[in-house]
Structures are given as C-alpha cells and as structure tokens.
Design a protein around this ligand. Structure first.
Ligand SMILES: [Zn+2]
Length: 551
C-alpha cells in the first residue's frame, strides 16, 4: 500500500511538474511574439531572379533573407489568373479568388453591367490630393487578411499600415481594418496619398514626407549601378524586344528621367524605374517612426509592396538589362529597410516574409527567335470571330455580354428569353473556341461548379473561379502565348513562369533552412497566423508551413 502510495505521489508530482513545465513553455511562447510582422511583395518577381542575379546581390538584402531565414524554393500560385490584385489578396488572406473574390485587376461586373476595378470605390474620397486617385478601398475583398485577424485579436491595439506605389498593392494586403494604406500618386504631384476609407487627413509624418519633395529628387538619371558590361545575366541593351520611354528612340541606358518625365506622365515615370522602389523603402522607413511600429509588445503589421519591378518588366521584358539593374538596386533598398528595422524595432524582434504576386513570361518574340514555341493572341480578332459564330448559331446578337480576362460572359436573361439552356450554350461556345488558334483548353462555368478538379490547369482555373463574379466560359492559351504588345513581358497564366515565385521567411520564430517541397501562396497567411497564435483569415484555404517555424 505504502509502495503504491509513494508511486502515486511520485506520479502525481511528476505530472504536476510536467504540467507546470507545459504551462511555462506556453507562457514563454505567448510572450515571445514578434513586435512587428513585415510582409513584402515584389511585384512580378520570378523565382529565378533570386538565383540569376545571386552573385550580384550584396550580403544585406536578398542574400541575408536567404541565408539567415527560410527559403521555400518551390513556391507557386495555385490559381489563375496570376495578376497583381488577386496575388496581393491571396498572399494576405491565405485564400484564392474563388473565396476572396478578387478575380482580376479589372473585371466585367455582371450586376452593374460595367467594368470594376479591384480596389476602386466611388463611395470614398481621396485624402492628400484633389485627384480621384484616392477613391479606393478594399470593399471588393470578401475575406479577412491576417492583419485583420491580428487587429481583432489585439482589440485593435496592434496597428496595420499598407504601403506601395500601386493603390491595390497597398490596400489589399492591409485589409479591412487597417489604420491606413498609402500609395504613390504621380502625375504632377508626386506624393503618397490615401482615402477616407481609412482617415480624413494625412498624418503629420506623411505630410512631412511629402513636403520633402522626395519624388523630385528621384527625377534624375537612371544608369546602371555597376558597369553595364558586367551585367552578363541579361541580353544586350539594344534589341527589338523592349518598349522604352516616349521621347527616347532606343530602350538603352542612360535615361534622363527629368527630361523624359514630360512625355511620360510627370512623376509617374518614377514608378517605372528602380527609384519607385527606393521611394517606397524611404516611405516605409518613415512609417516605422511615424506610426511607432513595433515599439511595444503588441504585434503590428507593415505591408510593403515593391511594384516598380512590374512596370520595368512590362516595359523592357524579363531578359533586359533594365530588369537586372532594377533587382540589383532593389536588393540595396531591401538592405536599407532591414537595417532600419534592426535599428528601430531590433534585430530578432520582427518577423518578415517576402514573396511575389506573380511571375512573368520571357518576351515571346525573343523566345521565337531562339526557336521556343510562343506567340501573340489577337484578342480583338478572337472576339469578332466568336460574335460572328454565335450570331450564326443562335441568330442572337446580344447573347454574349462581354469577353475579358480569358472568360466569356453570357447574357442569361437573353438566353432565358430565347428558351435556350445555359449549360448547352456554354458547352457549344467551348466546342467552337477550342478550334481557334492558340486556345489550348476551354471549360464551361457549369463544369467548374459540378466537378472537383484535383490537379493540372483545371484545378488552377477552379481555384480562380468565383461563382458570383466569374464568366460562363473560361479559356486557356498555349504556353508562352500572350495577348500583349510585341515588346516587354506580361503574366496571368497557369504556367511555371507565372506561378513560380520566391517565398522567404526571416526573423523572430523562423528557422534557418530551405525546402524543395511544393508550397502554395495561400500557405503564407496561415503560417503567419500560426506564428502569432491568432485566428486564420476567415476564408483561408492554405496550410501553415510547420517546417519554417521554430518550436
Ligand atoms: Zn503586371
């Protein structure tokens, strides 16, 4: 009996002790949250920009994130279309357009029978400009971001600030409850602005920043940071695959931005150069001070989207010296931002991730010149052809409402009035367009809602398909075929050049390491939520990446 008792007591003590140690561990964990989460998006950054320019990067930027953080080397978008609006929304909500509703940058809205912009909101007013450029909000985003969940969790004590040169790049990441989102308004003003969705006047630190005439200082010469002859990771500076700026005959260095600004929408030209990233970094550093981000133990969120990379890619193409120089310079801006975070928030007190909203295709004309299958899809000719065929088949001129974003929207009222069956009309359009050159696959909306696709382009289409907002027929173009000008790169497809993008985690609570395991963009927000111990964004479909988190 005594022996039994002592065993019992020992067990009791042991279990108490182990319980105590569990509680202690948990308490420690709760107290060790980052003071600040920084979510960085580099617009149009392909994964191979990390490797292609690796030897050109310094130790304090991308390399620091790779070597001191966790590199998910096989990270992809799991939906189409791979555009900026859906990309930013998906990174921060952990969902896809199917759930968060941002199906494109602009889309045909069935209800209002007009085009809508993903961040456009006529019910709010501009703040910081008389221009309408501030009439923006996240009201079309249907679900919460991890920043929203952090705000709810902290009783609105944790702040959220979103920053970008693009309005949608600032607004969608920050979410619905953000203290503010700020974006760059170029034209003849060159300043950061906001909307009455967030606040009624710009805070003093923003006004002060705008008063420094920072934009003016970036209207200077853009030449390569290093000797152009060392830029061996890209094509020749002069070729036929690049756009360039109005007012300069060739797309070649150097660019006199002050002189060129007159023909290129004033301060807007800054957005299309690496200096657009620099001014965003300047502004983000000013925000850390101005908003006292990461200054107490309640976690704040700062989202920073570097969008100039996208403008440069669209203009000059993936293989250009301009893109190479833009990334070399962005590396320096990221280093500057990290150093500011170290100094102001403290090294080891913040958690940061870096990803992208989509990749980009090599210029098809260039691919053609090296014998890789590619091409240009003439959307206008396709539309004209489809209207003609539909009229022949149905004698109904108004059967098709709209064709945009590789989708056909039918007029359901007209279909009803003709006594036609919606699913049959959808299928007949699929059968018609599949014979059209450069169309690789086509699907009906009916198939999107009745079949569960588990792989291939079909599942990416399905993850991007929103039953309320998307069209009646969806089509997919051949690899490296784009509807775009013959110079510069674009994006939007389900192919690896558009879906494979970096994902780096760094800082508090993050392991050092890397993986080749397939990860998806919607995994980011649940991972950050798990790190913070807060609710996942309400529509999140991704999974926390356990292997990047310290125990
Ligand atoms: Zn783009």
């Amino acid at each position: 009996m005594r022996a039994f008792l002592s065993v019992f007591i020992i067990c009791f003590l042991f279990s108490c002790q182990s319980q105590k140690s569990t509680i202690t561990t948990n308490t420690t964990k709760l107290n060790s949250q980052p003071k600040l989460v920084v979510g960085i998006v580099v617009d149009q950054m392909r994964y191979d920009y990390l490797t292609r320019f690796y030897n050109k990067y310094g130790d304090g930027g991308f390399k620091r994130l790779i070597n001191d953080g966790f590199n998910c080397k096989n990270n992809h978008f799991n939906y189409v279309p791979t555009y900026t609006g859906p990309g930013h929304a998906s990174i921060f909500t952990g969902a896809t357009p199917k759930t968060h509703g941002i199906i494109s940058n602009n889309w045909y809205d069935k209800v209002s029978d007009s085009y809508v912009y993903c961040a456009g909101d006529t019910l709010v007013q501009s703040v910081g400009t008389l221009n309408k450029a501030g009439q923006m909000s996240p009201h079309r985003l249907k679900t919460t971001t991890f920043a929203d969940e952090n705000r709810l969790f902290t009783q609105m004590r944790g702040k959220t600030i979103g920053i970008s040169v693009k309005d949608r790049g600032a607004i969608l990441p920050a979410g619905h409850t953000a203290n503010a989102a700020y974006w760059f308004h170029g034209a003849d003003e060159g300043r950061f602005i906001s909307s009455t969705f967030y606040l009624n006047t710009l805070p003093k630190w923003v006004q002060d920043f705008n008063n420094t005439a920072a934009a003016e200082s970036y209207l200077k010469e853009w030449n390569t940071l290093y000797d152009i002859n060392t830029y061996t990771e890209s094509g020749s500076d002069l070729n036929t695959f690049e756009g360039g700026f109005k007012g300069k005959d060739t797309a070649t260095f150097p660019y006199d931005l002050k002189a060129l600004s007159k023909d290129n929408r004033g301060y807007d030209i800054i957005k299309a150069t690496p200096y657009g990233n620099s001014i965003v970094a300047d502004f983000a550093i000013a925000a850390i001070d101005g908003e006292q981000l990461g200054s107490d133990t309640i976690t704040d969120v700062l989202t920073v989207s570097f969008s100039s990379t996208d403008y440069v890619g669209h203009n000059f193409g993936v293989n250009s010296k301009e893109v190479e120089d833009t990334y070399i310079r962005l590396d320096k801006d990221i280093q500057r931002l990290l150093e500011a975070l170290d100094a102001k928030v403290g090294e080891g007190n913040y958690t940061l991730f870096l990803s992208s909203d989509h990749g980009a295709v090599e210029v098809p004309a260039y691919l053609e010149s090296v014998k890789i299958p590619s091409g240009y899809f003439d959307t206008d000719a396709f539309k004209a052809n489809l209207y003609e065929t539909t009229i022949l088949n149905y004698k109904a001129e108004d059967l098709i409402k709209n064709i945009s974003n590789n989708q056909v929207f039918l007029d359901r009222e007209v279909i009803k009035s003709y006594g036609l069956n919606l699913a049959s009309v959808q299928q007949e359009i699929v059968n018609t367009i599949i014979d059209y050159p450069y169309i690789y696959k086509a699907y009906t909306a009916t198939s999107m809602t009745t079949t569960e696709f588990s792989g291939g382009v079909e599942s990416l289409l399905q993850n991007g398909y929103n039953q309320k907002r998307s069209g009646d027929v969806l089509f997919v173009l051949d690899p490296a075929v784009i509807s775009y000008s013959k110079t510069g790169s674009t994006h939007g497809s389900a192919l690896n050049y558009d879906t494979h993008i970096p994902l780096l985690f760094f800082g508090k609570g993050i392991k050092k390491g890397s993986t080749m395991q397939h990860t998806n963009i919607p995994d980011i927000a649940p991972t950050i939520s798990a790190l913070l111990g807060i609710s996942f964004p309400n529509g999140a479909t991704g999974k926390p990446l356990e292997f990047v988190l310290e125990n």
